[in-house]
Design a protein around this ligand. Structure first.
Ligand code: SF4
Ligand code: SF3
Length: 529
């Protein structure tokens, strides 16, 4: 196997051998490569057949790309079913190819091995494109679940897949396509933002309890708000409480979800701690998306997956979304006998969320005034993924060391490193503002764009610095979006992507002044001068 798509890749170079660091087995990695190659075949087959495309075609592409994202689907049978769907769709589009011996390559599948063996700059830029569209597909999948689709996004996924299968392409063309991934991702994230806010309302700043009350409960993790909503409906009035975990935390801020009184609080921290945190939990856990780690024997009979997530032998809740097995197990286990508080990693027992664009821009006048008066000197966006690699405590220390006249915006699961810290406020504006999931990066961009508009400057000229942490491929497409927007001076950690070659890094440094994180002290000094 060869896989180097995530931040924890072996030796910062690539996972090879029998198993990846994430627990992905060699045969699963090969299937994911084959699925990717089949998708390129399907994309090729759509050319000239645009009139035959329908949402089934696009949904297969969204789902199959999403399934290859890190920590999503480890189930070979599920991947084989996806491959069958991809191939069936391809033959629906090009039935004549089955009997034609012309070898024109019109619907040929692609061997992803070729990509891994290319010259390093070609491989680097093509990897940026491939991993980027995996992230875009995840966002498009979530939006489509709520009935929101964008023809440009769907068309771009096809275009990018076709490009990946073309052997001779200049580095300029590939770089332009990578930035185009960022451009289309902005559109896709806007679509998801619209889907979420029109379906559940705009997030409202909300204090979330970290206490698990006595009695039966279910833990819901991942990013899919729709699955959470369905589970809340199915458990209404049953005496079962629902707790969020990981990236589901921001769900508490949506009016359409917080209205359920049995949505009680949040349990645990970011994904990489699940094997420890789930071991003794007297409750089942539903995974709606990434990040799934190999379930330990101590809790594997309490893990359930749904949608694109999968693990061999773990109960999967299918498209009918009948959560009865989880509900039964929650009742049988009974939960804790007494209320239990599980503090955050810094000892706090409550966290705030819900500072999306609507809430923050609702007090824009106050924020602008605070900047003009000097009460707020600087904004930091400290956001992105959490992960297991050492060095991520940089982000805790960075936030702890930010001066009292600065504001920290955050999003995604990396915030668990510091979201239970009490940073106080500046004239009533909290110093720590959680915008939401990684899926809400659009909201952060809108806040920055609105502030730039208010000050009559570009985002780069704002007193705003981005200190980002990455792990999986949604972070890749968000980074490409920031580059597409011309955002400079991003600090990225804890390590740089293995798939960025020295030459590609040079381009990123020259054009965007992107830099790896160093130490909190040095970076703060460099930023604040
Ligand atoms: Fe390795 Fe990450 Fe790929 Fe898993 S997803 S095999 S950890 S590079
Ligand atoms: Fe986290 Fe997996 Fe990326 Fe959504 S849950 S940010 S890593």
């Amino acid at each position: 196997m060869f896989c180097y798509q995530c931040e924890q890749t072996a030796g910062c170079k690539g996972c090879t051998g029998k198993m990846g660091v994430c627990g992905k087995q060699e045969d699963t990695a090969m299937l994911q490569d084959r699925l990717t190659g089949d998708l390129i075949g399907l994309a090729r087959a759509t050319e000239g057949n645009e009139h035959k495309l329908n949402d089934t075609t696009h949904q297969i592409i969204r789902e199959a790309l999403f399934a290859t994202l890190t920590n999503v689907n480890f189930d070979n049978e599920a991947l084989e079913r996806l491959m069958d769907q991809v191939l069936a769709e391809k033959y629906r589009l090009t039935p004549e190819c089955g009997t034609c011996a012309a070898c024109c390559g019109r619907n040929d599948d692609y061997d992803v091995e070729r990509l891994w063996n290319m010259e390093e700059d070609q491989r680097s830029l093509r990897s940026l494109i491939l991993f980027g569209i995996r992230g875009v597909a995840a966002y498009a999948y979530h939006a489509a679940t709520l009935g929101y689709r964008d023809a440009d996004v769907d068309a771009f996924l096809l275009k990018a897949l076709v490009i990946l299968g073309i052997e001779e392409l200049s580095l300029e063309k590939l770089l332009a396509t990578a930035l185009e991934v960022g451009e289309i991702n902005l559109k896709c994230m806007a679509l998801l933002d619209q889907a979420n806010t029109e379906t559940y309302g705009h997030p409202i700043p909300t204090a979330v309890s970290l206490t698990v009350e006595k009695g039966p409960f279910i833990l819901v993790t991942g990013h899919d708000l729709h699955d959470l909503k369905l589970l809340l409906e199915q458990t209404e009035g049953m005496g079962i409480n629902i707790y969020t975990h990981g990236e589901m935390l921001p769900a508490h801020a949506y009016p359409g979800l917080k209205k359920y009184p049995h949505l009680k609080g949040n349990f645990g921290t970011a994904w990489q701690n699940q094997q420890k945190e789930f071991a003794d939990l007297p409750a089942p856990i539903l995974f709606t998306t990434n990040c799934l780690m190999p379930p330990k024997d101590s809790y594997r009979d309490r893990v359930y997956t749904t949608a694109v997530v999968g693990w061999p032998g773990i109960t999967h809740i299918g498209e009918n979304k009948d959560f009865t097995p989880i509900i039964r197990q929650a009742l049988a286990l009974g939960g804790f006998a007494e209320d239990r508080t599980f503090t955050g990693i810094n000892g706090g027992n409550t966290v705030m969320t819900g500072f999306g664009r609507n809430a923050v821009l609702g007090v824009a006048d106050k924020v602008i005034e605070a900047v003009k008066s000097g009460a707020i000197r600087h904004f930091f966006l400290v956001g992105g993924c959490d992960g297991a690699r050492g060095g991520r405590n940089y982000y805790t220390e960075f936030v702890q060391k930010t001066p009292k006249d600065t504001v920290v915006l955050t999003l995604a699961c990396g915030k668990y490193r510091f979201n239970d810290l009490d940073l106080g406020d500046i004239g009533g504006i909290p110093r720590l503002l959680d915008i939401g999931q990684c899926n809400d990066a659009y909201s952060a961009i809108q806040i920055a764009v609105a502030l730039a508009g208010a000050f009559g400057c570009s985002v780069n000229e704002l007193p705003l610095s981005m200190v980002l942490s990455w792990y999986e491929q949604k972070a890749v497409c968000i980074l490409l979006t920031l580059l597409h927007l011309g955002i400079r001076n991003i600090r990225l950690g804890p390590t740089l992507p293995a798939f960025v070659s020295p030459n590609v890094l040079k381009i990123l440094v020259e054009n965007y002044n992107i830099a790896p994180i160093t130490t909190p002290e040095e970076d703060l000094k460099a930023i604040l001068g």
